[in-house]
Write a protein that binds this ligand. Structure first.
Ligand code: ZN
Length: 156
């Protein structure tokens, strides 16, 4: 049995600065975003178009060098409403995250779903349905970052 000891403590934070190298494929993808283009990569073996663009096909295990601009519209395949805050989140809650299958692509793209009143979770549940069409809304200011797309909005 551990003996409990009372003692004074200080509480502080440790920060760890770091740099993440995008590499050539993500650099190209992010540069595309800064020009309001969403780039995918097409596998020469299976023909699948993957977004964000990637350097290899995870199914065929071959290098991909064929980049194509994909549609900025797609289908909502799944979503979640987040109403609590945690470290590293992309924006302040509440927010909707969605899996979006951009037209002509073969995988889901994770981003925010916006332009919706999120004050009533039940109303959100009634309004937002899988299979709805969505399209990208761009930030005016671009910085070559995934958040150059502000969010995807429901298409009427
Ligand atoms: Zn493939």
């Amino acid at each position: 049995m551990e003996k409990k000891v009372d003692y004074d403590v200080i509480t502080d934070k440790v920060t760890v600065p770091y740099e993440l190298a995008y590499g050539p494929t993500w650099t190209r993808f992010m540069e595309g975003l800064s020009q309001e283009k969403i780039l995918g990569s097409r596998c020469s073996e299976c023909g699948r178009v993957l977004v964000p663009a990637r350097s290899y096909c995870p199914r065929c295990f071959i290098e991909i060098s064929d980049f194509i601009e994909v549609s900025q519209q797609g289908t909502l395949m799944g979503w979640v409403l987040t109403d609590y805050e945690y470290y590293g989140m992309p924006t302040k809650p509440p927010f909707l995250s969605g899996f979006i299958k951009l037209d002509g692509t073969d995988c889901n793209f994770l981003h925010l779903i916006g332009g919706i009143d999120l004050s009533d979770a039940e109303a959100v549940r009634r309004k937002v349905k899988n299979g709805m069409k969505v399209k990208a809304v761009w930030n005016k200011e671009k910085r070559g970052h995934i958040m150059d797309i502000q969010y995807f909005t429901l298409v009427k």
